[in-house]
Design a protein around this ligand. Structure first.
Ligand SMILES: [Zn+2]
Length: 598
């Protein structure tokens, strides 16, 4: 089923017109204006120098590192891992444009509402319910006392919309019944659990509740801290259609302004660590949901700030978690700094122990992650030769895996000094065990080969880059011109766009292309900018000549075929006129060639 059938095409065009790709990308990638394009670090592949481009006028993006490109829908789908109808409805919702009545293809609830919307509505109602109990009700006294014990104030409880799920099995269940929330939605939310013998009971009981918000500040899930002896001490609501633990960071919506302002994000693991940091004014802090940091979260943060500081508990699990995060950051090609706190402390307890000023100094002292990593590796290594040989074997792959030559040189020198091994020895080991080329290089190469453009692609490029080329090339029927089926598909989509809009805006054109490979190719061509007007003129006039020549060649070929067939039947009037035409064609070709030399 073609995806446009989910929504009327006019509706999709309306959304596309109303939304600015630059704004949507800026939410997650720090963009800098360079000439007519914006540039930033690609959120889809690891990189340290920006090869990700956005063009506002054309409403397209393209990454010259991994080759991905497209328009606002492509970006939204790829970044947020949603399908096309979901991308359209999410963007519509942000713009407050009402959706056409429920579209086919989307998962809907029994009531016919889109499932995600129903879930978010329920989570919001549940958050309000829990929050009210914490702040206003007598029953919430116990939880309020616990917050005081943890040195949290009511403002924090307000800012993070904390809540309280009291003891008892059916508090939320009966609240939901009152509110007439369909039981199927309640089940899918994970906030209630189905009993074997029928009926349901609350998942969160006797817990302090941390509502988890997405970047649009909508409630999408919950964390809960036991107030009694319940196990586990912390738990999260299960993943649902709107909640994916690896993709959200607790406190991110509240922290975003400060992260951007300071160009720094401080990352912790626990709910209370985060609340303590914010209470003490470290409003650039975010937390994973008590779990290890994942690659998706790293990509999200790298687009927001350059200085990423990871804080870990001062115990062995903390150090192990820090080491694991180093390899993950390396995979993503992102740098971070690491601070492991003193033994037997976590960010929450340490902050209250030493106060903001000292804590701030500790954050500043966080080590570059590779320094931390190599320090951990050589810790306790004895100066004996066996130990030294073993450690060199272990370190070499890590030195080779460093993303930049500068880093490799720096850390090779560093290791050499720490272990008292001549640098030349290390360098020889590095050369001997060269790691295979990185995946990204391979992708890049395959794209380069594939994109050697022929005349057909040059014509498409011209239409994409030079607005007036559309009327030059799109008015004629060029059925025979295209040999490549891909180029023909793009050309046909261009004609369609041109007929509808009177122009070919690349962002709009991409709505008519389904194949992601074609989108990548089109965005790569469209995002290039001419250095000056003269280059543009030359490009276009050369192209016009080459196309004329190609057409002449095709005509010649056809003519020769005809002449040969006529020759067999002897010289006739017909053949004579064909020969005249041939002479004429050759003359025109000569003229074009002479003109192009001049
Ligand atoms: Zn990329």
């Amino acid at each position: 089923m073609p995806r446009t059938s989910f929504f009327p095409e006019s509706f999709i065009a309306q959304i596309k017109d109303a939304v600015n790709l630059v704004n949507v990308v800026s939410e997650v990638v720090a963009l800098k204006k360079t000439g007519r394009n914006y540039q930033g670090l690609c959120p889809f592949h690891p990189e340290k120098t920006p090869s990700f481009m956005v063009n506002e006028e054309k409403q397209i993006f393209h990454c010259f590192g991994c080759g991905l490109g497209g328009n606002v829908f492509t970006f939204f789908m790829q970044y947020h891992h949603v399908n096309f109808p979901e991308a359209v409805s999410e963007l519509a919702e942000r713009l407050s444009i009402p959706l056409p009545k429920t579209s086919a293809g989307e998962r809907t609830s029994e009531a016919g509402q889109p499932l995600k919307e129903e879930l978010r509505k329920l989570y919001t109602q549940a958050a309000e319910f829990y929050h009210h109990l914490l702040m206003k009700e007598k029953i919430g006294q116990k939880a309020r006392a616990y917050l005081t014990y943890r040195k949290m104030n009511p403002k924090i409880a307000e800012d993070y919309y904390l809540g309280f799920a009291p003891e008892g099995w059916d508090r939320l269940v009966s609240f939901a019944n009152q509110k007439k929330i369909p039981i199927s939605i309640l089940e899918q939310s994970g906030l209630v659990i189905k009993k074997e013998k029928g009926g349901h009971y609350d998942r969160f009981r006797n817990r302090l509740i941390f509502p988890i918000l997405d970047e649009q500040r909508r409630v999408i899930g919950f964390g809960g801290r036991a107030l009694g002896e319940e196990t586990p001490k912390y738990m999260n609501s299960p993943e649902s259609a709107v909640f994916n633990k690896g993709r959200v960071l607790y406190g991110l919506p509240q922290a975003t302004p400060m992260i951007r302002k300071l160009n720094q994000a401080v990352i912790v693991e626990g709910y209370f660590d985060l609340l303590s940091l914010h209470l003490h004014g470290f409003k650039q802090a975010v937390a994973t949901l008590g779990t290890a940091l994942g690659s998706f979260q790293i990509r999200k943060l790298k687009g927001m700030a350059e200085d990423l500081v990871l804080l870990f508990d001062g115990d062995n699990p903390g150090i192990q978690a820090a080491l694991r995060s180093v390899s993950l950051f390396q995979q993503e090609g992102v740098s971070a700094r690491i601070k492991v706190l003193p033994p037997n402390t976590d960010p929450d307890s340490y902050l209250f122990e030493v106060g903001s000023e000292r804590f701030s100094a500790e954050i500043e002292k966080a080590e570059p992650m590779m320094t931390f990593f190599f320090n951990q590796q050589i810790k306790g290594v004895r100066p004996q030769i066996q130990d030294q040989a073993r450690i060199v074997d272990r370190l070499v792959p890590h030195l080779n895996a460093l993303n930049s030559e500068v880093e490799r040189a720096y850390y090779t020198g560093w290791v050499s000094e720490k272990l008292k091994i001549p640098e030349s020895v290390l360098w020889r080991s590095l050369k001997d065990s060269k790691t295979p080329r990185r995946g990204v290089d391979r992708i890049q190469n395959s794209i380069k080969e594939e994109q050697v453009p022929g005349l057909e692609w040059h014509m498409i490029e011209a239409i994409l880059r030079i607005p007036r080329a559309a009327s030059l090339f799109l008015n004629e029927d060029r059925e025979d011109f295209f040999e490549s089926p891909e180029a023909r598909a793009v050309y046909e989509a261009m004609q369609k766009t041109y007929q509808q809009q009177g122009e070919v805006n690349p962002g709009l054109l991409l709505n008519h292309l389904d194949d992601q490979v074609l989108k990548n190719r089109v965005s790569a061509l469209a995002i290039r900018v001419f250095v000056n007007q003269k280059d543009e003129e030359t490009f276009l006039s050369d192209l016009v000549k080459r196309i004329q020549l190609r057409q002449l060649q095709q005509q010649e070929k056809a003519l020769y075929r005809e002449i040969r067939s006529k020759e067999k039947s002897g010289i006739t009037e017909e053949l004579r006129s064909l020969l005249v035409m041939k002479k004429d064609l050759l003359q025109r070709r000569k003229e074009i060639l002479i003109a192009s030399k001049g």
